[in-house]
Each structure stands twice: as structure tokens, then as C-alpha cells.
Write a new protein. Structure first.
Length: 342
């Protein structure tokens, strides 16, 4: 079962970082970002440290507020958030034509929520690749509980240099993960290498859209908030992603920003102007309660020092995401299905 209680939240802050080092990890993490004097070059050069610190600090907040799958979803009216998240995962399985017996790779698998759902949906064996040790330990425990530990596994490695032979997998997907890559072409080339010829790679990417204006100060501020709040070295445009896929050698079957025709906006769960009982923890009041609780538990020394600051940069992320979504300058669901030629 997902660790969704308040004590689980605070005991998980910092992941594999020693509890007494959480505060300095937060400071080091913040310094990578533009609002704290950091720059894109240093985020890219140190992407592994930056992204790992981010997920050590933020994973238990994600699990508390969002559940086992750490992504947004295209959403129909009258569909719950949870239903839309599952359908968004099933959609990838369908697009990839997953069938029993296929060997599948989930690139940047989080704690394995999508991996478990897609494995059950398609009766495939899925390997989750992740560079964050804490998330892998959570994912392994959840796979055991789900009874999927014999058919699915996790590998701790960097998706820029994967420990697999060429032509290993029958299908590969990535959900809101390869946006952490310091170099899109390098990342897609590595995925291309381990995919069998004639097979497919599908993903949802975080991107800025054609509405983003690099000379607009408010657009730039929103982009910086998204980078800070989500552990990103940069946010690429949909065009840059598409070009990178082609440069890596893929044939593009189809691609589309699914946010453009989502009947309910993907950022609705984070929008402070709405209220929801089913995703109460994500509402303005739910987030206020979480913040106050984390602050109190930190004061009582139950939560590690620095926990409240993590909560604060995640709030910034939520604000940036909602603003970016409303202005349509950002999407977390630029979808593509691409094929490695025979
Ligand atoms: C937003 S989370 C999405 C997780 C998962 N796909 C889901 O939807 O629940 C991004 C994931 O990418 C992983 N990741 C980021 N950079 C990575 C890298 N260089 N190598 C492997 N995994 C990475 C993170 O550790 C995290 O698990």
C-alpha cells in the first residue's frame, strides 16, 4: 500500500540522505536554480546530483499528495483524477501494442505506479529504470505487495548510460521523465540503442509550447519556477523534442500535445480556486494543512530540518505549473510514438 500517512510523509523527507543533512541538501538543491543564482549550464553539468537530491527530498510529498503514479493526465469530464491517471497509462500500453511475453522498459519509473498498472493491463514483464535509490526501494516494496516482484524488476542506473545490451527491449516508454535529461538527443539515442529494430518508443514529455516567448519576463519566471519545483535542468520546446527524436534516428509515427484537447485541464488538481474531496490534499486548503503539519512536525523535531523548505519549493512548482498551463505556454503531456527502423 502507498505510504500516504502524515508520519510516512515526514519520515520519508530526504529519502536516502541522512536526516541531519536534509537542510544542507535543500540549500544545495536550491542553489542550482535561477532564482537562487544558479544557471542552466551548472544544472546540466550536475544533473545527476541535482535530480537525485530533488527526488530524495520530494518523493514522500508526491506519494502523500498524488499516490503511486507521479504524473498528470489527459482528463474527461466526470472522470476522477485517479481514473484519468490510469487511462493515461493504459493509452501508452495500447499505443505500444503491448502483448504478453514482451520485454518492456519504463525509463524514469518513479516508485513504479505506472509500471504496475501497465504490467497488469498488458500482462507484460516491465523493467523500471531509475537513478534514485530511495524510489527504487519504495517501488520494490510496492511490487512485492502487488505480487508483481517475479515479473517486474527495477534497475538503478542513469538513462543517459543504461546497463543493457543493444536491441534488448520489445517496447520502451517514459512518463514525464526524460525531461530531466541534460541532453535530449543523447538520451533518445540511448533509448534507441537498447530498443529492438522495428519496435516502438512512446512518451509523455514536459515541454514549453509555441506560445512560450523567451523574451517575456513573466514566461521566463514561470519556466524558472517549473525548473526549481520539479528538478529540471531546462524545459525544452515540443519542436526541440521532435528534432531530437529524429536526430537520434527514430521515425515519428505520430505526435501531439494531448493537453490541447483535454476536456478538463491537466492542472485542475493543483488549481487553488477549485475544491475536491477526492483529491483534497492537492486543494488550497489541503496544501495549507500539509504545510502547517510539516512545519509543526519540523518544530517538534519529528520531521527533519529543511522539510518545510521542501514543501515551499513544491508550492512554487504548483504555482508555476498552473500559470504555465493556463497560459498554454507549458504542457506535461507532449505525446509521441516513434519507431526504430528495421
Ligand atoms: C516525474 S518522475 C515520473 C516517474 C514515473 N514515470 C511516474 O510517472 O510515476 C521522473 C522520474 O525520472 C527519474 N529520473 C530522472 N533523471 C533520471 C536519470 N538520469 N536516469 C534515470 N532516471 C531518472 C526520476 O528519478 C523519477 O523517478
Amino acid at each position: 500500500m502507498s505510504k500516504s500517512g502524515a508520519l510516512n510523509l515526514v519520515s520519508g523527507v530526504g529519502g536516502k540522505i541522512n536526516k541531519e543533512d536534509v537542510q544542507s541538501a535543500v540549500e544545495q538543491y536550491e542553489k542550482y536554480h535561477t532564482s537562487y543564482g544558479g544557471d542552466e549550464e551548472s544544472r546540466k553539468a550536475n544533473y545527476s546530483d541535482m535530480v537525485n537530491k530533488y527526488y530524495d527530498l520530494a518523493t514522500s510529498f508526491y506519494e502523500f499528495g498524488w499516490g503511486e503514479s507521479f504524473h498528470f493526465a489527459h482528463r474527461w469530464k466526470e472522470e476522477s483524477l485517479r481514473e484519468s491517471i490510469k487511462r493515461h497509462e493504459h493509452f501508452l500500453g495500447l499505443q505500444l501494442g503491448l502483448k504478453p511475453g514482451m520485454k518492456v522498459l519504463d525509463v524514469g519509473c518513479g516508485i513504479g505506479g505506472p509500471l504496475r498498472e501497465i504490467a497488469r493491463f498488458s500482462s507484460t514483464s516491465i523493467t523500471g529504470l531509475n537513478n534514485n535509490e530511495y524510489q527504487i526501494s519504495r517501488g520494490s516494496a510496492l511490487n512485492r505487495i502487488a505480487g508483481l516482484d517475479k515479473s517486474c524488476d527495477f534497475v538503478k542506473a542513469d538513462f543517459m548510460k543504461m546497463p543493457f545490451s543493444d536491441d534488448t527491449f520489445d517496447a520502451i516508454y517514459a512518463i514525464e521523465a526524460t525531461c530531466h535529461a541534460p541532453d535530449a538527443v543523447g538520451c533518445y539515442k540511448e533509448i534507441y540503442r537498447v530498443l529492438k529494430p522495428g519496435q516502438y518508443f512512446a512518451a509523455y514529455e514536459w515541454c514549453i509550447t509555441d506560445h512560450f516567448n523567451p523574451n517575456n519576463e513573466s514566461h521566463k519566471k514561470i519556466k524558472a519556477e517549473i525548473e526549481l519545483g520539479n528538478g529540471l535542468p531546462d524545459v525544452r520546446s515540443t519542436r526541440e523534442c521532435l528534432d531530437a527524436l529524429k536526430l537520434a534516428g527514430f521515425e515519428v509515427t505520430w505526435e501531439k500535445d494531448l493537453a490541447a484537447d483535454s476536456p478538463l485541464p491537466w492542472y485542475l488538481p493543483l488549481d487553488t480556486s477549485r475544491f475536491s474531496i477526492t483529491s483534497f490534499r492537492l486543494t488550497a486548503f489541503g496544501r495549507f494543512i500539509t504545510r502547517t503539519m510539516v512545519k509543526t512536525l519540523e518544530f517538534l523535531r519529528i520531521a527533519p530540518e529543511g522539510s518545510e523548505r521542501v514543501s515551499a519549493f513544491l508550492e512554487k512548482a504548483a504555482e508555476g505549473l498552473v500559470a504555465g498551463g493556463r497560459m498554454e505556454i507549458f504542457t506535461p503531456m507532449y505525446f509521441f510514438l516513434v519507431r526504430k527502423p528495421l
